[in-house]
Design a protein around this ligand. Structure first.
Ligand code: IMP
Ligand code: MG
Length: 188
């Protein structure tokens, strides 16, 4: 069976249309992989994925990286089941790896207000890493309120709710192989 690639989908009773295709994602990951290879050559970085949303992006991104690297995860929650951020960050799982003197690459699915990433970057300071870099697949630039470090961005997107490729709406839709946007025209 091949990937499920519908043009539009319904999730929790709302309609979403394809916004960033599988091909576009793949093309962007090739370039991000090349960039990371260059910048972290000889450094054996450790990717820290932010669960749950970043799991698919991180799994794919790592396979476009050819230098030696490691991976671990932390888990945050800020959205609950809504389409707008709760404005609070809760840490649900701690990182297990030792990060002292390591080159850490934080991996997010999306930076919206920037609150979660700001929290993560602050947290990293406690572990005394050699460096901290941030890679996000998506960035809602106009929605970002917090002054947050972002080193690598897959796609800048407008302030619209998106779904798929790891991103959820009330936990559904993470399995979609491409990125979908809420179809405003379907709202009555
Ligand atoms: P921030 O803390 O406001 O930057 O929000 C970041 C987190 O909110 C991300 O890691 C996502 O889990 C979630 N999020 C933000 N925008 C969206 C979206 O459009 N769709 C699904 N999840 C989102
Ligand atoms: Mg997330």
């Amino acid at each position: 069976m091949s990937f499920f690639l519908p043009e539009n989908v319904e999730c929790n009773g709302e309609r979403f249309v394809v916004y960033i295709s599988k091909k576009q994602i793949e093309e962007r990951l090739i370039l991000l992989g090349e960039q990371l290879d260059k910048e972290f050559k000889g450094k054996k970085p450790i990717f820290i994925g932010v669960l749950n949303g970043a799991f698919i992006f991180l799994a794919d991104l790592m396979r476009y990286v050819s230098i030696p690297c490691e991976v671990d995860f932390m888990k945050l929650s800020s959205y609950g089941d809504e389409k707008v951020s709760s404005g609070q960050v809760t840490q649900l799982k701690e990182i297990d790896a030792k990060l002292k003197d390591r080159h850490v690459i934080l991996v997010e699915d999306i930076i919206d207000t920037g609150l979660s990433m700001k929290y993560m970057v602050e947290r990293m300071k406690n572990f005394e890493p050699a460096s901290v870099s941030v890679v996000t697949l998506l960035h809602k630039k106009e929605a970002t309120l917090h002054d947050v470090q972002i080193d690598y961005v897959g796609f800048e997107i407008p302030t619209k709710f998106v779904l798929g490729y790891g991103l959820d709406y009330a936990q559904e839709g993470r399995n979609l192989a491409q990125i979908y946007v809420l179809d405003d025209s379907s709202v009555v």
